[in-house]
Design a protein around this ligand. Sequence first.
Ligand code: UDP
Ligand code: MG
Length: 316
Amino acid sequence: MQRLMIVVPCYNEEEILPYSIEKLTGVIKNLIKKSKIASNSGILFVNDGSKDKTWEIIQNEYAKNPYVYGLGLAGNVGHQNALFAGLQTAAEICDFSISIDADLQDDIEVIEQMVDEYLSGADIVYGVRSERKTDTFFKRFTAQSFYRIMEMMGVKTVYNHADFRLMSARAMKQLGQYKERNLFLRGMVPLIGYKTATVTYARKERLAGESKYPLKKMLSFAWDGITSFSIKPISMIMAFGGVIVACSVIAFIYTLVSYFMGHVSPGWSSLMISIWFLGGVQLLFIGVVGQYVGKTYIESKERPRYNVEKFLNHEE
Ligand code: UDP
Ligand code: MG
């Protein structure tokens, strides 16, 4: 039987944690009862340097609940890093994991469906929000714009999928091969390329505690996502430079015509043309330099060049 670890990053979640522990323990027990997962399956709570009682709660629970595991990080490293730490730790001890936020805004009812997809051969199962009724208009709007911009930038993401997902141990280990420091997991996981499946659910409201993603963090997360995955902004600078150079040609013709019609003050024509032309050329060349910087940036990530799905080998 396959061993499951549910991975839960927690930052200052004392208010909701007892409830989440109870619910998730129920999920694990139920799956064990149905003989879908091994009896030593469990929930790995990752404490992301919380300042409240989160770690105490995890420790106390660990002492009495055989399904609860804990990973205490030495400081606050942020949601993505905490989740990554949990996944890398889980990869060593289990056959597959499911990551979910501590507030259980993602529907635990579909966990069983995810497990079924895994058991029928999927390496990665994405939880996808079918609707966002409980989110404010603002959150919906910003989220939608975000997915659209990412698409424009050529980054592959799964629409309306956050970090509620199932991963097999080999997928988690493969994820560990991505050496970058700036993590944007929902962009990285689709790069792995193993067999995937999706399950849909309706996202719920947070029952207690506050969102740890206020607008400022949301914007910086989106910006991280774009800049970690795309050097398209550099190409845009270059294209913009090209447009300005083209404009300078028009300006050139215009000033020339004005000059021959005789109603310009002396010096104006040459000034106009040089400003436009030099501005454009500079921008264009910054873009060219940027392309090299961008390439160096991509190289510095040391991402794996390929991931092997299967090796048909007679010697095995
Ligand atoms: N989280 C974390 N470290 C942080 C911020 C958040 O581990 O620095 C966790 C948090 O405890 C929760 C998850 O990341 O389990 C998502 O946070 P939240 O629910 O506040 O985000 P939202 O659902 O509002 O986008
Ligand atoms: Mg939440």
